[in-house]
Design a protein around this ligand. Structure first.
Ligand SMILES: *[C@@H]1O[C@H](CO)[C@@H](O)[C@H](O)[C@H]1NC(C)=O
Ligand SMILES: *[C@@H]1O[C@H](CO)[C@@H](O)[C@H](O)[C@H]1NC(C)=O
Ligand SMILES: *[C@@H]1O[C@H](CO)[C@@H](O)[C@H](O)[C@H]1NC(C)=O
Ligand SMILES: *[C@@H]1O[C@H](CO)[C@@H](O)[C@H](O)[C@H]1NC(C)=O
Ligand SMILES: *[C@@H]1O[C@H](CO)[C@@H](O)[C@H](O)[C@H]1NC(C)=O
Length: 342
C-alpha cells in the first residue's frame, strides 16, 4: 500500500508539476479517506465480534434453563428405569430408581440403620441377601443375585415394588464382598450403584456386642429365641445382663484387624460413588439421615425405627474382666474407646 501510494503521488507529481497546493490537497484527501476507511473497517469488525459473542451468550441463556429443568446431567449414570419381570411399575414406571448398597460389618448398627431407611415410603432395602452361601459361591452367582435385586425382581417384607425410588440391600464385608473386589467394584461403577459405608469407630464396643450376640445364639435369653435386635428396654436389659469375658492376649490384634478390614473396603471401593457414615455420628446427630436421603436423592422424610439399643451406659458395666481390659488398652490408641458412650 505504501508503495502504490508513492507511485500514485509520483504520477500526480509528473502530470501536474506546477500546482503544488492541489497535490497537497489530494494527498490530504487520500490520506483522510484511507484513515477513515480503516476506521470504518475496524468498527465493522468490532460489531461482528460483539454479534458473535452475543450469539454465544444467547445460546447459553437458552440452554441453561432447558437442561437444568430436565435433569442434572452428572446424575444420568445413576438413574435407572427397571422393567421387572414379575410385575408392572404402573404409575411409577416413569420415576427413576437409584441403586444402592450398604457396606457394613456385623454389630455396627446396620440393622437399625436399615429399619430407618425402610421407613421411607420410596426405599426398599432388602437386608442381608448374601447371608446364604449359595448366593455368593462365585462371582457369577453374586452378579445374578445383584441383577435380580436391582431389577426389582426380589421380594422381602421391605419391598415397596412399584414406587421404589431407591433399591438396595445390606452387604457385610465377610459375605463374599472382599473376595471379588475387582469384579464387584466394576459392577458398582458400570451400573451406577451408590455405596453407603456404615462403620463403627468404637471397635471395642463392637467386640462386646459380637461376643454377647454370639453367646445368645446358644443361650436364647428371650423366651428361648435368639435375637440380634430388640424393640423394648426390658428386652435390651435382659440381653445386656450377660457380660462377656474378653480375651486379653488377642485383644489389641483383634481390634486392629477390625479396623484394617474396614480400611481395606474403603480402598477397594473408593472409586464408586459413596458416602461414609459412622454409627456413632448417626446416634448423636439425626441430621445425618437427611444427608443419606440427599445422597440417594430421595424426597426428605422423617425416618423412624422401633429398635432399641442393647448395650447402654459405660462399657465397664458390660465386660466381666473390665480391669484387665482397661489395663491392656490404657495408654494405647484404643484408650478413647474405654470411656466413649457409644
Ligand atoms: C457358581 O455357583 C453356582 C451356585 O452354586 C453354580 O450353580 C455354578 O455352576 C457356579 N458357576 C461357576 C462358574 O463356578
Ligand atoms: C414415592 O412413593 C409414593 C407413594 O407410593 C409415590 O406416589 C411417589 O411417586 C414416589 N416418589 C418417587 C420419587 O418415586
Ligand atoms: C485367646 O487368644 C489367644 C491368641 O490368639 C489364643 O491362643 C487363645 O486360645 C485365646 N483364648 C481363648 C479362651 O479363646
Ligand atoms: C480415596 O481416594 C481419594 C481421592 O483419590 C483419596 O484422597 C483417599 O485417600 C482414598 N481413600 C482410600 C481409603 O483409599
Ligand atoms: C482404667 O485404668 C486407669 C489407669 O489404671 C484408671 O485411672 C481408670 O480409672 C480406669 N478406668 C476405669 C473406667 O476403670
Amino acid at each position: 500500500m505504501a508503495e502504490s501510494m508513492v507511485f500514485f503521488s509520483k504520477d500526480v507529481l509528473i502530470i501536474k508539476p506546477p500546482k503544488k497546493s492541489a497535490v497537497v490537497l489530494r494527498l490530504i484527501v487520500f490520506t483522510f479517506s484511507m484513515v477513515f476507511g480503516v476506521y470504518v473497517c475496524s468498527i465493522c469488525f468490532k460489531q461482528i465480534n460483539i454479534q458473535t459473542k452475543n450469539m454465544f451468550l444467547d445460546n447459553e441463556v437458552i440452554e441453561r434453563p432447558c437442561c437444568n429443568a430436565i435433569v442434572d446431567r452428572s446424575q444420568i449414570p445413576f438413574l435407572h428405569y427397571p422393567k421387572p419381570k414379575t410385575f408392572d411399575r404402573l404409575e411409577c414406571a416413569g420415576n427413576p430408581v437409584r441403586l444402592f448398597a450398604i457396606l457394613s460389618m456385623q454389630r455396627s448398627g446396620s440393622g437399625w440403620f436399615e429399619t430407618l431407611l425402610n421407613s421411607h415410603v420410596n426405599v426398599s432395602s432388602h437386608g442381608e441377601i448374601f447371608g446364604p452361601k449359595i448366593r455368593r459361591e462365585n462371582i457369577s452367582s453374586i452378579i445374578k443375585t445383584l441383577d435380580s435385586v436391582y431389577n426389582l425382581d426380589w421380594f422381602t417384607s421391605s419391598s415397596k415394588n412399584e414406587c421404589s425410588a431407591a433399591i438396595g440391600f445390606k452387604w457385610m464385608l465377610n459375605q463374599g464382598l472382599m473376595e471379588h473386589p475387582e469384579e464387584i467394584k466394576d459392577y458398582f461403577n458400570d451400573k451406577g450403584v451408590s455405596i453407603i459405608f456404615l462403620l463403627r469407630r468404637n471397635v471395642l464396643r463392637r467386640l462386646v456386642s459380637m461376643l454377647a450376640n454370639s453367646y445368645d445364639k446358644g443361650a436364647k435369653v428371650l423366651n428361648g429365641v435368639h435375637v440380634s435386635h430388640v424393640h423394648s428396654h426390658e428386652e435390651a436389659s435382659a440381653l445386656s445382663k450377660y457380660k462377656p469375658t474378653i480375651n486379653i492376649s488377642s485383644l489389641a490384634l483383634d481390634l486392629r484387624e477390625m479396623e484394617a478390614t474396614a480400611m481395606k473396603a474403603l480402598e477397594y471401593f473408593n472409586s464408586t460413588r459413596h458416602m461414609i457414615l459412622y454409627y456413632e455420628d448417626l446416634i448423636k446427630n439425626p441430621s445425618k439421615l437427611m444427608e443419606v436421603q440427599d445422597f440417594l436423592k430421595l424426597p426428605r422424610m422423617k425416618l423412624t425405627s422401633r429398635q432399641v439399643k442393647i448395650h447402654k451406659g459405660p462399657l465397664s458395666e458390660h465386660i466381666k474382666n473390665w480391669g484387665d481390659v482397661n489395663r491392656t488398652l490404657y495408654g494405647t490408641t484404643y484408650e478413647k474407646f474405654l470411656q466413649a458412650d457409644y
